[in-house]
Structure formats: C-alpha cells, structure tokens
Design a protein around this ligand. Structure first.
Ligand SMILES: Cc1ncc(COP(=O)(O)O)c(C=O)c1O
Length: 413
C-alpha cells in the first residue's frame, strides 16, 4: 500500500474544492519531498501522526505556533476553564485587559498592547501606526525578509499592482552603510524600519546580526526620528522570555508577536511605547473573533509557562545539544553541513548546496525515518522534546546520514 494513501486521496479531493489543493509552505508544488505527509491526524507533545497513521518526530511545531508542545496540559486546562464562560463575545472579556497588563509588565519598553488573530494583521497595522504617527510614507525592510501575506511584503508574485511596493525600500541584512544611505536619500520621509531579530529567510541560511548592527539601526532610527518595528512573530519566546530585543540588546518602538504567543491558539499582539499610543488609537483595528477569550486564556497560560519553566533558555539548551550532535554526525559522514541561526530554531545549510537539491534529498531520507525536517524553512525545537526524544532523533539522524552520504558522495564524483 502507498504509505501516503490517505494523504493522496484527501489531496485529490482538495484539488476539486481548494485552489492548488494545499497552499503556502506545505504546497506539494513547492518541491517538498514526496514522502512528506500532506494531512495531519493528531499531535501530542513533540510528535504528530499523519492521516496514514505514521508517527513523526516534529521539528516544525505548527510552523512555530507551538512552543510548549502539542496539547500542552496547562494551556489546554486554561482553555477548558474558559469554556464555562464562552469564547467570542461582542465585547472583549476581562482577559483582554489582563493579557495587555501582563505584556506591558513583561516587555520592558511596552506601554500598551493590542491584539489580533495573526502576524500579518499586525505587521501591516504597525506600519500604518508608524505612518500615522510620523506623517511619512516610506518603510524600510531587509531584502528577503518575510513579514506576512499582505501585498507590501508577501514573497509571491500574484495579484500585485506596482503601487503596492512604491513606498517600500529594501537593504541587505547587516549592511549598515546601505541602510544609512537610504536614510540620507529619503531624509524626513521614512516612517519606520521593520526587521526580524535576526535574518531567517526561506531557501537560504539564517544570518545573525553583526556585533554593531542593532546599535547602528537603533541610532539611525533615533537620529532620523523613525520608528523601529520589531517583527518578533517567529522568534518571540524562543530567544528570550522577555522578548527577542532583550536577547540582542536593543529597544524597539513597536513589536509584533504571534505564533508561540498562543501555543497553537490563534492570537497576535502588538506592543508599543507611549509616543505611538495616539496613532495606535487612530489606526482602525478589528477582525472576526478579535476578542477570542479562548486564545487569550491560552496565551496567559503560555506566557506563565515560559516564565515558570524558563522556556526560551530551555529550548536554546536543547537546540544547542541537538545542533552540535547533528553537525558532528554530518561531519562523521563527510557532509559539510552547518546549523545556522539560533539553536532553538536552526536551519541546516550544506556547503555549496545553492540549488537546495542536497538538503531536499536529506529531508527525504529523514522522512523515511519518521523525522519531519523541512528543507527550505528554519526548524523549531519543541520544549516538549526531552533528552530521550532528542537521543532517539539523533539515532534516526545517524541512520539518515548513513543512507544520504552514499548519494551525496556519488553526486560529488
Ligand atoms: C517573521 C514573520 N513575520 C510575520 C509573519 C506573518 O504571520 P502570520 O502567518 O501569522 O500572518 C510570519 C509568519 O510566518 C513570520 O514568520
């Protein structure tokens, strides 16, 4: 029987009723290994089971939305307790005030917080807040950085008109001179610079900030009275329990969080300083289920867990061990692989693999061993993964490198 029988049957049905069947990161057309499952049945801790009944060690965590593990008991109990009261109402519940208070007390620069359902809603809203506050039009971003699905930044080509990006300027990550020349050229016209804590593009190695990078960005923003927006949607609570700006030692004006904030329940937040409070009141914000108390209960529990269990440091430590052992295994089989980025969300890069054929082949073999490693996107370490899970994964990785090294060395001959 085809090991992807149910997945394929569902995909055939999906193609009739959903454009392209599956869209986004998991679209089969994106060149993902054919052994990857297309549909998930269930998930628990650091593992999931696909619709064909195969169990996987998961290194994607719902593309980062799950930090404490799937079905984390504390998060699920908080949501269960809220069920007695209900989830979505006309008005927000008291939980919205409590959650805003929590973020404002936890994030050192934050004076206020607002909530929505996903990252794109709030990265786009934060840009508008910076424009409203400054009366300026231009926004600067790093080339290749992902900030969501809206037309000013999405990586696709469809459905755009030229004016969508007419006020978006780009510079190469870490190129402070290029950034400075944009500030000079567009002096008095740049409303904000939006950046992720470090550069984690898809299809390319992750790049950490140079030692002076964040200091330069901060200085330029202060000098030119430009808002510094941190897009912490992907890294939030995986680098530092107090926000990723803490990890790299700088102070943004506005930060957007989502993904891990609700441990799988859809919620995003933007926090900001006093200076942006009036503009934040003037830029309209709402959305379906915007006051969802279930997601807010999940978020309160998730934030509490992060502090109680020092989760950012925990996933960093687990990631460091995993990354260093994984690299050692690769080297043992003479594969020039390095884990790039931070250890809690690493991306493997094989030297010379610019067309990504090798990493794709490696992930394909890993899939046959029940390891869900993504070839084009950074991975995520779940805090539900314990030492014995990591050691099991490393055993399966060794098996993976053993088979992969044969085709790798053939391709080098
Ligand atoms: C850095 C970053 N910003 C923004 C977004 C957009 O968030 P969402 O997919 O919740 O709209 C993402 C999503 O992957 C992201 O990784």
């Amino acid at each position: 029987m085809n090991p992807r029988n149910q997945s394929n049957l569902l995909y055939d049905r999906a193609c009739q009723v959903i454009p392209s069947g599956i869209y986004g990161h998991m679209a089969p057309g994106a060149g993902l290994p054919t052994d990857f499952p297309l549909y998930c049945q269930s998930a628990d801790g650091c593992r999931f089971t696909d619709v064909d009944g195969k169990e996987w060690y998961d290194f994607m965590c719902g593309f980062g939305a799950v930090l404490h593990g799937y079905k984390n008991p504390s998060v699920e109990q908080a949501v269960e307790a809220q069920r007695e009261w209900g989830g979505v109402f006309n008005q927000p519940s008291s939980l919205m005030v409590e959650l805003a208070e929590k973020l404002v007390s936890q994030i050192d620069f934050a004076d206020w917080a607002v909530f929505a359902k996903n990252g794109s809603d709030l990265t786009s809203w934060a840009l508008r807040v910076s424009r409203e506050q400054s009366g300026r039009e231009y926004v600067v971003k790093a080339k290749g950085a992902y900030h969501g699905v809206d037309a000013w930044c999405d990586p696709g080509l469809g459905g755009r008109i030229s004016s969508d990006r007419s006020h978006i300027l780009e510079f190469e990550w870490n190129d402070s001179e290029q950034l400075e020349s944009l500030f000079k050229k567009y002096s008095g016209k740049i409303a904000s610079v939006i950046l992720t804590p470090y550069h984690h593009p898809s299809f390319a190695p992750s790049v950490l900030p140079d030692a002076s990078f964040w200091g330069t960005v901060e200085n330029l923003c202060r000098t030119y009275e430009t808002a510094l927006i941190l897009d912490d949607v992907r890294c939030g609570w995986r680098l530092d329990d107090m926000g990723s700006h803490h990890y790299f030692g700088f102070t943004p004006d506005l930060t957007v969080y989502s993904k891990a904030l609700g441990n799988g329940y859809a919620i995003s937040a933007c926090v900001g300083t006093e200076k942006f409070r009036d503009a934040a009141s003037d830029v309209f914000l709402t959305g379906s289920s915007w006051n969802d108390a279930y997601a807010m209960a999940a978020s309160m529990a998730s934030l509490n867990l992060s502090i109680e269990k020092r989760v950012a440091s925990s996933v960093m430590t687990k990631g460091r061990y995993f990354c260093s052992e994984f690299e050692k295994l690769a080297n043992q089989f003479e594969i020039p692989l390095q884990m790039t980025g931070v250890s809690s969300m690493p991306y493997p890069w094989i030297d010379g693999d610019d067309d990504l054929y090798q990493i794709q082949a490696l992930c394909k073999v890993a899939a046959s061993n029940g390891l869900f490693f993504h070839p084009y996107h950074n991975w995520f370490i779940s805090n539900a993964m314990n030492q014995s899970d990591i050691d099991t994964v490393l055993g399966l990785s060794k098996k993976t490198f053993e088979s992969f090294s044969e085709s790798f060395s053939r391709s080098k001959r």
